[in-house]
Structures are given as structure tokens and as C-alpha cells.
Design a protein around this ligand. Structure first.
Ligand SMILES: C[S@@+](CC[C@H](N)C(=O)[O-])C[C@H]1O[C@@H](n2cnc3c(N)ncnc32)[C@H](O)[C@@H]1O
Length: 231
């Protein structure tokens, strides 16, 4: 198995970025869940780890955060640079490798939305996150809910860590699923204490918007939202 499946975006980055801002899934489900978890951002040093096309970097810079963003994919790096118009430091970097650009204790907050499941092993990355956070710094991340991803598995072992493939509207993607207990243990062993785990539900779209997944995501978990504090 590779360290990560970040190259899954090589073929689909442009299509993925074009689709995100107007999708009911993003507007009524994905983004409200993350925004609800964000603290006051004014004057905070924030790292957007796996920034994609830059929505959260832009949002956080708008609210007064000093944002550094990075992504593995050069298309996303360019898009985040364009979207944030010089207000954010945007780097091309691999979240599975040491964050050599960041000194110890240099961030108040790390935000990593829908990125960690591309990694086979979370501990090296979580330990790096711990290193670059200030004392009492927070990591906020979202990831696929392990129960839901189990439906994609051809095996029947919830407790396995496994590579999965899915076919999205923009193309094929690969990522890793692991049980909730492994997520919790990796966080603890990397120096974090869990403050909150959320299982977000969507917000109700206006009547004239067709959001077909509304009923399903009201009843079945699709995402985990997690906020942890550096111990
Ligand atoms: C589902 S997208 C989310 C993007 C962004 N956080 C958002 O929510 O709009 C997943 C992102 O993880 C990035 N990614 C995957 N593997 C990575 C790695 N090894 N290092 C850095 N970024 C990675 C992808 O390039 C992509 O931008």
C-alpha cells in the first residue's frame, strides 16, 4: 500500500474544483458542518492542510486569520492562490511528509477538511500537526464516516484499515477507511485530547433546490467532524 492516495486527484482536480461551489451537497451539507466547528478566527495563525480549491482558506482569511495553506496537487495550489488573491501563503506540500516549512508551535489552529482519509497511516501526520501547534492549539478536521464507507468494502471486517475505491460524479477516487477506535487511538498517541466529535446532518435547502441526498444524510451518517486540543 502507498503512504497516501493523493494522486487520486491528478485526473479530476479541475472537474472537482469546478463542481464544488454550486453543489447542493457542498452548500447544504459539507460546508455548514465545517463552518459550525470553526472558532473565532481573528488574529489566529491557521494552517489549512489539504486546502483543495481554497474555499476555507478564503473564508478564514476574510475573518482575520493569518492563513498558510498547502495541497499536494498543483492545480489546487494555483486555484487557492487565485481565490485568496495574495492574502494567504499557499504551498505545494505532502501531508504525509514532515512539514518542513513550519516551525514548532507556529499555529493556533489547523483545519483539515476531508483530507486525512487519503493517508494510510495518520500518526506521522498527526504528530507533525502536534509539533507545529502552540500549547492548547486546536486541530479541526472532517473525514468520511467509517460506518458509511464500510458499504464500499468488499470485505466484512469493520476493524480493518483498508483501501477503498469509489466512483464520484467527477471520476474515480481512492481512500482509506479505518474504525473509529483507531482514529481515537491515533489522536491520543499523537498528543491530542478529543473535545468534540460531530456527526453532521444537512441544513434544509429551499423548496426549489433539488438536494437528493437530503433524506439519506438526515438519517445516515456520512461525515465525522472532530475537534481536538494539543495536550
Ligand atoms: C476532498 S478534497 C478537500 C479539499 C478542501 N479541504 C475542501 O474541503 O475544499 C481533498 C484534498 O486533499 C488533498 N490531498 C490528498 N492527499 C494529500 C497529500 N498527501 N498531501 C496534501 N494534500 C493532499 C487533495 O489534493 C485535495 O485537495
Amino acid at each position: 500500500m502507498e503512504k497516501h492516495t493523493g494522486s487520486t486527484y491528478d485526473e479530476i482536480a479541475e472537474k472537482y474544483a469546478d463542481a464544488q461551489d454550486n453543489k447542493p451537497w457542498t452548500i447544504y451539507f459539507e460546508r455548514p458542518a465545517v463552518l459550525n466547528f470553526l472558532p473565532d478566527l481573528a488574529n489566529k495563525d491557521v494552517l489549512d492542510a489539504g486546502c483543495g480549491p481554497g474555499f476555507y482558506s478564503h473564508f478564514m482569511a476574510d475573518r482575520g486569520a493569518r492563513v498558510t495553506a498547502f495541497d499536494f496537487n498543483s492545480v489546487f495550489v494555483e486555484q487557492t492562490q487565485a481565490r485568496t488573491n495574495g492574502r494567504v501563503t499557499v504551498l505545494q506540500a505532502d501531508i504525509a511528509e514532515p512539514l518542513n516549512f513550519a516551525a514548532d508551535g507556529s499555529y493556533d489552529l489547523i483545519v483539515s477538511v476531508l483530507v486525512l482519509h487519503y493517508l494510510k497511516d495518520w500518526q506521522p501526520t498527526l504528530k507533525e500537526f502536534n509539533r507545529v501547534l502552540r500549547p492548547n492549539g486546536r486541530l479541526i478536521f472532517s473525514t468520511h464516516h467509517p460506518f458509511t464507507d464500510l458499504e464500499l468494502s468488499s470485505g466484512d471486517d469493520y476493524f480493518a484499515t483498508e483501501l477503498l475505491e469509489d466512483e464520484w460524479d467527477v471520476g474515480k477516487v481512492q481512500f482509506y477507511r479505518r474504525p473509529l477506535s483507531k482514529i481515537s487511538r491515533d489522536l491520543f498517541e499523537s498528543g491530542f485530547v478529543i473535545e468534540e466529535i460531530g456527526e453532521p446532518q444537512p441544513i434544509k435547502p429551499p423548496k426549489d433546490v433539488a438536494f437528493n441526498a437530503y433524506g439519506r444524510t438526515m438519517k445516515k451518517p456520512a461525515r465525522l467532524m472532530v475537534r481536538v486540543c494539543k495536550r
